[in-house]
Design a protein around this ligand. Structure first.
Ligand SMILES: Cc1ncc(COP(=O)(O)O)c(C=O)c1O
Length: 410
């Protein structure tokens, strides 16, 4: 697919019957049900909408297309709060020596206030959405948060974090260095470092964050069943550090075993660390360095979550690296629905999968990838639009002004 600028690697390992895989029991039905119960206890909780886009499916030549709209999550315009709230809940419960099961956030709030004379300080780095989720959860519990953002962060994302009562600082460094900075700050200021990515020696909190995201997959399967629809044949999952994609992948792997949907992991070409790791193919996670300059701010991460990488390596079928125009196309497609399809406001990091599917099914050069994925007229394809217009100025530049047009001649 050289002409499109889209890169892909097929992962033989995912369907290799003789291959040893990392376990996914942290995403068992029982565990994921407990996470969902925790989220259900919030006053703001309701399942995000799952939309069926029949006209788009007809246009692209597949059986059905489903888009789950995470812009409606807790009024925060993105899915990330699911991870941050669950991790903070788990942390506080562990600190007080209690089991989170069956305890609501309100009960936890009361207990935390009683146990801790001083306010606790939660510290994190973010491209915007995770930090907003942490700030929101800290505020709900009457605690403090400090959030660091990488250079170039959109004004609106910074303001939204501050609006939740947290202190936010934009640093002159990329996301991965901002993570190191936040860790250092937490250590020096007696803070609790709550990061959405894992590495050797730092896995417990990111593990809870990943489990927190599984509420999405739990809702999705329930919603499909309620509509009498079969499980998806294909799922496209976008990745930054890979925590989100791995969480959804792990739940499907646990629930459906070898009968799980074919999964494609999608990244921006400027920050394609999973794609790079799959291309090198030695089983290890590899980094991408530099400015990670992409409109897909939520996916602008160069260092994979090592736990997430293990899951994606062992269960995902294909890895894609996409230029910015692919995400811009996805945003425009969802903003300009065909026929009776609903309009979905999907930011750059939420829409790249839809943009990719549209190109895969349109372009001659993509035939081999389509064949390997087994995409065709019987395919039922699911997407999770992980954010709305979290950068409204950038969103309008795409939808109104045609920023990052699809090249005429690829
Ligand atoms: C909107 C959005 N989608 C997807 C992701 C990717 O999540 P992860 O970094 O866990 O891969 C992010 C990460 O911040 C995001 O903000």
């Amino acid at each position: 697919m050289e002409n499109t600028g889209i890169g892909w690697v097929y992962n033989n390992r995912a369907r290799d019957g003789g291959c040893a895989r990392v376990p996914v029991s942290d995403f068992s039905e029982d565990q994921v049900g407990r996470v969902r119960d925790f989220h259900r206890a919030f006053a703001e909780y309701e399942p995000t909408p799952l939309h069926r886009l029949d006209s788009l499916a007809g246009e692209l030549g597949v059986k059905s297309i489903w888009v789950k709209d995470e812009s409606k999550r807790f009024g925060l315009n993105a899915f990330k709060v699911l991870g941050g709230s669950y991790a903070i809940g788990k942390y506080l419960a562990a600190r007080m020596g209690i089991d989170l099961g069956g305890i609501s956030f309100d009960t936890l709030k009361g207990m935390t206030a009683k146990e801790n004379k001083q306010r606790l300080l939660f510290v994190t780095a973010t491209d915007g959405n995770h930090g907003r989720g942490i700030a929101w959860a800290a505020r709900q519990l009457g605690q403090d948060a400090v959030v660091f953002l990488p250079k170039g962060s959109a004004e609106a994302r910074v303001r939204n974090i501050e609006r939740e009562g947290a202190r936010a600082f934009v640093l002159d460094m990329n996301y991965d260095d901002a993570v190191r900075h936040a860790k250092d700050y937490a250590e020096k200021n007696d803070g609790i470092f709550v990061q959405d990515t894992a590495w050797e020696g730092y896995t417990e909190i990111p593990g809870w964050i990943m489990q927190g995201y599984s509420t999405i997959a739990h809702e999705l399967t329930e919603q499909l069943e309620a509509q009498g629809a079969d499980k998806p044949t294909h799922v496209f999952l976008q990745a930054g550090v890979g925590s989100f994609a791995a969480s959804i992948q792990a739940y499907f792997a646990y629930r459906y075993g070898s009968d799980r949907p074919v999964t494609a992991v999608v990244e921006p070409d400027r920050a394609a660390c999973m794609f790079k790791s799959a291309s090198i193919g030695d089983g290890r996670a590899h980094m991408v360095a530099g400015d990670l300059d992409t409109i897909m701010a939520g996916l602008a991460c160069g260092e994979p979550n090592t736990v997430a990488w293990g899951i994606l390596r062992d269960y995902s079928d294909m890895f894609f690296s996409c230029p910015d125009y692919v995400a811009a196309r996805g945003t425009r497609i969802l903003a300009n629905p065909l026929g009776d399809d609903p309009r979905i406001v999907s930011g750059e990091s939420g829409s790249v999968g839809v943009g990719l599917l549209s190109l895969l099914l349109e372009r001659e050069e993509c035939r081999e990838a389509v064949r390997l994925l087994g995409l065709g007229s019987d395919s039922r394809v699911a997407f999770i639009s992980t954010e709305g217009d979290t950068d409204p100025v950038g969103y309008r530049k795409i939808v109104w002004d045609g920023l990052c047009p699809t090249p005429d001649k690829l």
